[in-house]
Design a protein around this ligand. Structure first.
Ligand SMILES: Nc1nc2c(ncn2[C@@H]2O[C@H](COP(=O)(O)OP(=O)(O)O)[C@@H](O)[C@H]2O)c(=O)[nH]1
Ligand SMILES: [Mg+2]
Length: 192
């Protein structure tokens, strides 16, 4: 497992004019609001409060760039699909995401986080088409796996894998499941 020696929130971006240009490799995390994205980033980096977590959805509106060991980035994208924001605001997020994928040429892995219980939503499908369009190596993280009965996990994972032909990794920040495997995947992606 990569030893996380240093983590730095290098930039928080609200507007496409502020997007970061840096040739270092990037692991990007996307997913619906409240799916546990910030918590997962904290779990992966062994930090409790690095990425702000919240029980109220729709809080993270920015793209956050975390530089790890001065070598590569975790990029936290705005959580999408939160109903209670205005149409105008949604449009702004969508534009920001579009610009991000258009300009960012150093994505080595797109991790789409889903809630194991909820499954793939329409928003996730849209994100997956974007990933396919830009030819991004993609991984689905089935998060909050602690909420699913043990004997159902394999079935769930297989269903999604078969349907989308994208690897699925079960994960839980609550009990640490999947952390080692995700680091392994990231290490492999960094080496390619
Ligand atoms: N059961 C369970 N709850 C989680 C897990 N990860 C996050 N949560 C909870 O989900 C809620 C949203 O988490 P947050 O990380 O802020 O989600 P984000 O909006 O995707 O960044 C919080 O109440 C977390 O405590 C997990 O692995 N299992
Ligand atoms: Mg968040």
């Amino acid at each position: 497992m990569i030893k996380v020696k240093k983590v730095e929130l290098v930039k928080t971006v609200f507007d496409k004019k502020e997007l970061l240009f840096d040739k270092r490799k990037k692991v990007v995390f996307a997913g619906r609001s409240n799916v546990g994205k910030s918590t997962l980033i904290n779990t992966m980096l062994n930090r409790k409060k690095l990425a702000k977590t919240s029980s109220t959805p729709g809080k993270t509106r920015s793209i956050n760039y975390y530089l790890i060991n001065d070598k590569f980035y975790f990029v936290d994208l705005p959580g999408y699909g939160y109903a209670k924001v205005s149409k105008k605001e949604k449009e702004k997020w969508n534009n920001l995401l579009k610009e991000f994928f258009y300009f960012e040429k150093y994505v080595i892995l797109l991790s789409l986080i889903i809630d194991s219980k909820v499954g793939i939503t329409e928003y996730d499908t849209r994100m997956l088409s974007t990933a396919a369009y830009f030819n991004l190596p993609t991984l689905i993280i089935a998060n909050k796996i602690d909420k699913i009965k043990k004997n159902m996990i394999e079935k769930r994972v297989n269903e999604i894998e078969r349907e989308l032909e994208i690897p699925v990794l079960p994960f839980s920040s609550k009990d640490g499941r999947g952390k080692r495997e995700l680091w392994h995947t990231i290490e492999n992606s960094l080496q390619e």
